[in-house]
Every structure is written in structure tokens, then in C-alpha cells.
Design a protein around this ligand. Structure first.
Ligand code: CFM
Ligand code: HCA
Length: 528
């Protein structure tokens, strides 16, 4: 039995049938072609996923600092998604509501008699206290079930207060994970906000950073690097982002996509509507940061910009050179497990590689197939004469910069050939013997620890402590355990230092996992 089979072995036939396609093992035979992803979790398995509301309100809209993001629902949803997300924001313009948690705090009576009245009251109260230019209403499960018309309330608020008010029907039960919520948030931003501003650009080359939520200050570090080179950062979606800035997002020359999973919809829609090119970047990892900065400069193809980029890279590298060597020596050869939401698992593999660490097991909670198998094609896509479907992929022959992000199956079916083609999903970076798991659960985490003994397990709050109780250090890659930034050159050093601290703390000497002290009962019922 290989490790994959050992993980699946204890499942009942029904569960095995479902889970087998979510677990793949890499061997010499080459890369597995597919993995089951973005499908419903099995009830009863302790999944690490969040809900649609978490994706829409918690992740995409929550970080907007000058927007009153109002949760229409019981207090728990609003409070949890406010208190656990690390929405770092500056309030230089005096309009930051990030420190407040807004909720209608629905009670049983509101569920029985309807909650629209309470929603109107909450908006009136928010206007009186804060006078924001924009309010966003996010629905939780009960709102969808009782049928409150949040769109009608949003229209009422717009007319009464002359503000922008957008309603999002992102009830938690929609879809299979937070991924559905990303899509709903993206649609709302695109429909109601992007394109409504007309602030002029101030620099020759301008970008938006999409899918950067400023966890631990990552967005600030990325922005610092881009501005140092000379770019104008028009808006960031949505870390320390603002309604005022994203209104003008359509004026930027290029969209840089850091988290592809949560915001690819906006990138695509802006390409269609405004003709703005986009491509994936990755500011996690030193080599990846350098690659991304060079690709951006190459896109604009201006010798001054290219020279500035090289100058900034050299300066930043020099600043971190000594620390980089130090941590490389300490961390080299250590093995890691990386299991995060929908994009970071792959990004962090590259950062680990910078310090000579090896990812032996990895996975996502709610990624789609292309995040695993993804193939990015650019530039100069040539389309086979027999192949049709070109419109479907929105490539026009005049496009300066082709961008496709599709899975291998579709790529093969379309018979596309490219001058430059490469995989951008996680699979291409997984080595022989490693395992990738989609929508990993508690039981599988225990099995992975037992079978692989990674030196460190990067994951989230739901599993951190059970992992640590097994004697394996665990770091939360969603919140960075309140550290960061981890982006860019300096961030990479911060990450290495945190990893070093976790691995080498003497605390591990004092831990004896419970099962090392107690006999483990294993037997067969009825002696069968
Ligand atoms: Fe994108 Fe994110 Fe992630 Fe995500 Fe998330 Fe997150 Fe994440 Mo938690 S948007 S997919 S829905 S990078 S909240 S900031 S850390 S699971 S890997
Ligand atoms: C979410 C948010 C989350 C949860 C983090 C975790 C985040 O999914 O609703 O499970 O540790 O990054 O805060 O992904």
C-alpha cells in the first residue's frame, strides 16, 4: 500500500468512492492529470472549509476600509468574520471603519416577522454615526430562508441618503465553500462600483493589485516595491482597499493577480469590459517576487522601467542577503506540509524552496481544478487550425497579451500550442512520493502526520492545535499567527525567522503526545 492507499483505507465504501479522487500521489510515472475539487464536502467529515458568506463578506468585502460592510443576520456571523480576519488598514483620510463590526443582530422575532425593518434601522444608525459614502449589505443563511428583500432596502438607502448601497445575497449555504462568495462579491463590485470614478492617473504606468488582502501587511509591502520602481498603484482588491480607489480601478493599465482563486472573475470581466490585460503574479518568495517584478516590467517593455526594476531588485536583495544565508543554513532540508484555502499553498511552496525546504504534502480547502492542474499560456498563443472555441476563450488576434488559465484537459482538447507554456497550478511543483489532497479533513490530517512526519505543518486555526499536540509545529498561514508581512524580500525573511522560531523552540522537548503515554486499543469486533 502506498501512502495514498493508507489514507483512504479506513473509509467506508461510500466515503472511499468520494474521497479517492481528492487524494493524489505523485510518482515517477509523471504528473497525475486530474484531481476532484470544488465539490460538496461529505457531511460528518471535519472539513476546514468556510461558507459562501465567509468568502463574500469575510474575505473580499470586509477589508474595504471606507465601506460600512453590514452583516444582515445573527451576531455570530458578523462578529466571527470581523474578529478573526486580519483586516489591516490605515485611516489617514479619517474614513476607516475597519475597527467596527456592523451587524443587524437578528433575533428570533426578526426571523419570524421579517428583518427588513431592522436592516433599515441599522442603515439609518450607520448614516447618523458615520455618514459613509458606501454601505454594503451581506446576507447570512436565515435571510435567504425567510426571503428579506435586501436589494429593495439597498435601493431605499441609495435614494434616501444619496449614497452607494450594494446588496450581496451571499447566504452561507450557497455553493460548496467560500468560493461561491468570492464570485458573488466580484460580480457586485464589477456591476456597481468599478468604473464609477474618474480620478486621473498620475503616472505613466499604472496597475491594480487584485487578490491581495493585506494579511500581516503583505499588501503594503507589495505596494512599497511597486511604487519604489515607479508604478502607480490605482487600487488594491481589497486589502486596505477603499471604495474611493476601486471606483477608478478601470483606469489602470494592467491588473496583477496575486490570489487567483478569489478574484479571477474581476480580472476576466475587466479584460472583457475595459480591455485591461491581467496575469498572475506572486510576491510570496524571493525568487517569485523577482520573477513577478521582471514580468511586469517586460509587459510595459520600457527600458527605464526595466532598469529601475533591476535596481530595486538589487537593492532589496542586498538588504536581505545576510539574513537569507543565515536562515537557509538553518532551514535547509526541513520538510513541510502546506494546506491553506485556495491559493497560498502553492505560493508558499516557492517561499519554502527559497530556504531549501521541501514540501512533501500539500493541498487546498476549496480551490478549483485549475489551481492544481492549471496551465498558463502566454504569450503568442497559436491556435491549431482545426481547433475552434476561440471566442469562448476570448482571444482575439489583436490581443497584445494572451492569457488563458485553463486545465490540462481543456488545453489538450483545444490543441493549443504556445511558444511559452507552463503550469501555474500546484501540481507542477510536487515531487515524487508527495501527496496532494483537496478539501482535507481532520482524519486525513492525523493520517498525514503519522505517515509523513513533516517537520512543520502550515495550516489554519481549525487544525493548528491538534497538530501541535501531536508534537509537530504548526503555523497559521491565514493569519500568519499575527506576524507578517511575509510578502516580498523582507517578508520572506520574516517568514523564515518565524519558521525558525517555531521549529527550534525548546517547547517541543516538553511535549509528549497523549498516544505515546496511553496504550492504543486496536481490535476487531467479535474476533472476526
Ligand atoms: Fe485567496 Fe486569501 Fe487564499 Fe482566499 Fe481564504 Fe485568506 Fe486563504 Mo483564509 S482570498 S484563496 S478565501 S489568498 S481567507 S486572504 S488565507 S483561506 S489561501
Ligand atoms: C474563512 C477565513 C479564513 C479562516 C482561517 C482559518 C481566514 O475561511 O472564513 O481557518 O484559520 O483566513 O481568516 O480562511
Amino acid at each position: 500500500m502506498n501512502e495514498r492507499e493508507k489514507i483512504l483505507d479506513k473509509y467506508s465504501a461510500k466515503v472511499f468512492k468520494n474521497r479517492k479522487d481528492h487524494v493524489v500521489q505523485f510518482d515517477n510515472a509523471g504528473m497525475p492529470k486530474e484531481i476532484a475539487a470544488n465539490s460538496r464536502s461529505i457531511p460528518g467529515l471535519m472539513s476546514n472549509r468556510g461558507c459562501c458568506y465567509a468568502g463574500c463578506k469575510g474575505v473580499v468585502l470586509g477589508p474595504l476600509r471606507d465601506v460600512v460592510v453590514l452583516t444582515h443576520g445573527p451576531i455570530g456571523c458578523g462578529f466571527y468574520s470581523w474578529g478573526t480576519r486580519r483586516n489591516k488598514a490605515k485611516s489617514e483620510d479619517g474614513k476607516s471603519y475597519i475597527q467596527y463590526c456592523f451587524s443587524t443582530d437578528m433575533q428570533e422575532a426578526d426571523i419570524v416577522f421579517g428583518g427588513e425593518k431592522k436592516l433599515r434601522q441599522a442603515i439609518e444608525e450607520a448614516m447618523e454615526l458615520f455618514n459613509p459614502s458606501c454601505i454594503m449589505i451581506c446576507s447570512t443563511c436565515p435571510v435567504g430562508l425567510i426571503g428579506d428583500d435586501i436589494n429593495a432596502v439597498a435601493t431605499w438607502a441609495e435614494e434616501k441618503f444619496n449614497i452607494k448601497c450594494v446588496a450581496y445575497s451571499c447566504e452561507g449555504y450557497k455553493g460548496v465553500s467560500q468560493s461561491a462568495g468570492h464570485h458573488i462579491a466580484n460580480n457586485g463590485l464589477m456591476k456597481s462600483i468599478i468604473g464609477t470614478g474618474d480620478a486621473p492617473l498620475t503616472k505613466k504606468y499604472s496597475v491594480n493589485i487584485l487578490g491581495e488582502y493585506n494579511i500581516g501587511g503583505d499588501g503594503w509591502e507589495t505596494e512599497r516595491l511597486l511604487e519604489k520602481i515607479g508604478y502607480e498603484v490605482v487600487s488594491i482588491f481589497t486589502g486596505d482597499g477603499s471604495y474611493e480607489a476601486i471606483k477608478n480601478a478601470h483606469t489602470a493599465n494592467l491588473n496583477l493577480v496575486q490570489c487567483h482563486r478569489s478574484i479571477n472573475y474581476i480580472a476576466e470581466m475587466m479584460k472583457t469590459k475595459y480591455g485591461i490585460d491581467w496575469f498572475k503574479v506572486n510576491f510570496i518568495g524571493i525568487d517569485e517576487t523577482i520573477r513577478s517584478l521582471r514580468e511586469i516590467a517586460a509587459y510595459f517593455n520600457d527600458p527605464t522601467l526595466i532598469a529601475n526594476t533591476e535596481k530595486v531588485i538589487a537593492e532589496e536583495l542586498e538588504e536581505v542577503a545576510e539574513a537569507r544565508e543565515y536562515y537557509k543554513e538553518k532551514l535547509h532540508g526541513k520538510t513541510a506540509a502546506v494546506f491553506v484555502g485556495g491559493s497560498r499553498s502553492h505560493h508558499y511552496q516557492m517561499l519554502l524552496a527559497d530556504f531549501g525546504m521541501k514540501t512533501i504534502i500539500a493541498g487546498y480547502e476549496f480551490a478549483h481544478r485549475d489551481d492544481y492542474e492549471g496551465l498558463e499560456v502566454r504569450p503568442n498563443v497559436k491556435v491549431d487550425a482545426d481547433s475552434r472555441n476561440i471566442e469562448e476563450l476570448t482571444i482575439t488576434p489583436d490581443d497584445k497579451y494572451y492569457h488563458l488559465s485553463i486545465d490540462k484537459e481543456r488545453f489538450d482538447a483545444l490543441k493549443l500550442t504556445t511558444e511559452l507554456e507552463y503550469y501555474k497550478g500546484m501540481f507542477k511543483d510536487m515531487g515524487d512520493g508527495t501527496i496532494a489532497i483537496d478539501d482535507f479533513n481532520h482524519y486525513e490530517t492525523e493520517k498525514l502526520l503519522e505517515l509523513f512526519h513533516p517537520n512543520i505543518f502550515y495550516s489554519g486555526i481549525k487544525d493548528k492545535y491538534m497538530i501541535q499536540k501531536s508534537g509537530t509545529p504548526s503555523r497559521q498561514m491565514h493569519s500568519y499567527d499575527y506576524s507578517g508581512p511575509y510578502a516580498g524580500f523582507k517578508g520572506a525573511i520574516k517568514f523564515a525567522s518565524d519558521t525558525y522560531m517555531s521549529l527550534f523552540t525548546p517547547a517541543w522537548q516538553y511535549i509528549t503526545p497523549p498516544w505515546r503515554m496511553q496504550p492504543t486499543l486496536e481490535g476487531k469486533v467479535g474476533g472476526a
